[in-house]
Design a protein around this ligand. Structure first.
Ligand code: BES
Ligand code: ZN
Ligand code: ZN
Length: 497
């Protein structure tokens, strides 16, 4: 979709659909609405009244213009009450509008800039949110089937004040990066595990770095992992015919800087559970288990264009978790890269085994902050449901920064405690640690297990087991399938540098 900003007259701009926003309980309609309504001889307001249109979030009113204005149709989309209108309302309203356009098979859409003038929302922010909402809504994964509907090809933001043109252009540009990174992550996760095995993730990392002077990639194969003592990654990989890899990507900004952040992703390309085999129903979507790494790759795909002034390391240990005669067994003891021994009581708690090594590898890069993303526990979904990420951290400042980045990005996170008293639950009587806790508080014991490998480095753990994959349509821009959750939070966080 080609997105641009134009200083055009609302009534004279030829397109298939013109979109106007409306607030609930507003006495005065917007100037734009008044202008279009007048050109339509007052019929827009009359018909909306007849249909009892209320500008609630998500509600829409569509009508033909019969040649009275250059646009063929007009769509009024509700933004809810002005006081509670946020960038997320703008994303949702834009996604709704584009969804309707796509449903009707329309090619060219124009829209006013929603929500400008609301306190705290700049024109650039609003434009960015509109681009995010539209691009994310138009996504579909069609590699393995014929697409059902063709998406619109043009989306223009029109009737904007000339003074804001450049700002809006900047907002569009950032929105496009946010969307592109997210959509790449969606594609990687949606691809079946038969075609997205550890070696493929390596190929993607290399392809992303190619031609970008700011990014380099180093890949460690089995032999190298043995040398490094990466017993966690190697232990999980044992049951699979696919060899494991540790991938280390580094982005260095053009201007030298001492700031350094590490992004770590869980990269289990398929999680069968291993010998502690999952029940069939729980296994169907387990290609999702590399969504953490997919988010990191999504970030790296756009990072040189976002150009944060901070060195960024992207790290993941790519493995497949399968049962076989060679697979690790319940009761086996693995030695992680930091020499801590781990008793594997359940081979399905494999993510923390791979993260033990990757987090420790991240620590060795001496970053000031580590953020990991992992589809780590079903327990986190029991706690927070399918739409909210569990955030755990050993550092309140970093936790606050990541939470507020998530808030701006429109991704939901909620902090869970790393309760010291629960530490005893991951202590083993035969090894330093065991890889499962008790029946209760599974998201927390997983977090506490990971904390054993980050030493004193400020660290945020994001358990994205719920939001990484939508089992059903969630909202107008989050449809069934991979969501690319985490990419926008990470980019919003990096943008603060
Ligand atoms: N990959 C799963 C967690 C998961 C569940 C992700 C649902 C996405 C959706 C993880 O490896 C796992 O199996 N965790 C176990 C841990 C348990 C054995 C302690 C779980 O949550 O049941
Ligand atoms: Zn598992
Ligand atoms: Zn897993």
């Amino acid at each position: 979709m080609d997105i641009s900003v134009r200083k055009e007259d609302l009534t004279k701009y030829a397109c298939d659909l013109l979109v106007l926003g409306a607030f609930l309980k507003e006495k005065e309609s917007s100037l734009e609405f008044a202008q279009v309504n007048e050109a339509l001889e007052g019929k827009l307001a009359t018909f909306m009244k007849e249909d009892k249109f209320k500008a609630k979030e998500g509600s829409t009113f569509l009508m033909r213009t019969h040649g009275k204005i250059a646009a063929k149709r007009i769509l009024v989309v509700g933004l809810g009450e002005k006081e509670s209108c946020t960038l997320e309302s703008v994303r949702q309203a834009t996604a709704t509008s584009l969804g309707i356009a796509k449903g009707l098979g329309l090619k060219s859409i124009a829209s006013v800039l929603h929500a400008t003038g609301i306190e705290g929302l700049t024109a650039a922010d609003c434009a960015q949110a509109m681009v995010e909402g539209s691009e994310l809504a138009m996504y579909s994964f069609d590699v393995y089937k014929k697409p059902k509907k063709i998406s619109p090809v043009r989306f223009d933001l029109i009737s904007v004040p000339a003074a804001q043109l450049r700002q809006i252009q900047k907002g569009i540009q950032i929105g496009e990066l946010m969307a592109r990174g997210t959509l790449l992550a969606r594609d990687l996760v949606n691809t079946p595990a038969q075609d997205m095995y550890p070696g493929k993730l390596v190929e993607h990392a290399r392809a992303i770095a190619k031609g970008k002077g700011t990014i380099r990639v180093k890949v460690y194969d089995t032999q190298a992992l043995v040398r490094m003592g990466a017993g966690g990654i190697l232990g999980v990989a044992r049951g699979s015919d696919h060899p494991p890899f540790l991938v280390h990507m580094v982005y260095k900004p053009k201007k030298a800087t001492k700031k350094r952040v590490a992004l770590v992703g869980k990269a289990v390309t398929f999680d069968s559970g291993g010998l502690s085999l999952k029940p069939a129903d729980y296994m169907t979507t387990m290609k999702v288990d590399m969504a953490g790494a997919a988010a990191v790759l999504g970030v790296f795909d756009v990072i040189d264009e976002l150009a944060p002034e901070c060195e960024v390391h992207g790290i993941f240990g790519a493995v497949e978790n399968m049962p076989s005669g060679k697979a690790m067994r319940p009761g086996d003891v693995l030695i992680a890269m930091n020499k801590k021994s781990i008793e594997v009581l359940n081979t399905d708690a494999e993510g923390r085994l791979t993260l033990a090594d990757t987090l420790n590898f991240a620590v060795k890069q001496k970053p000031q902050a580590i953020i990991d993303l992992a589809t780590l526990t079903g327990a986190c979904m029991v706690a927070l449901g399918e739409e909210i990420t569990g955030l755990m951290s050993n550092n309140d400042d970093l936790a606050g920064q990541v939470s507020s980045a998530a808030e701006t990005a429109g991704e939901k996170v909620w902090r869970l405690p790393l309760e010291k008293n629960y530490k005893k639950l991951v202590k083993s009587h035969v090894a330093d640690l065991q890889n499962v806790g008790s029946r209760w508080g599974g998201a927390l014991t997983a977090g506490l297990f990971l904390e054993e490998f980050v030493e004193k480095t400020p660290w945020v753990h994001l358990d994205i087991a719920g939001p990484a994959y939508a089992e059903r349509d969630i909202d107008p821009y989050t449809k069934k399938g991979a969501t690319g959750h985490g990419v926008r939070t990470l980019l919003a966080y990096l943008k603060t540098f």
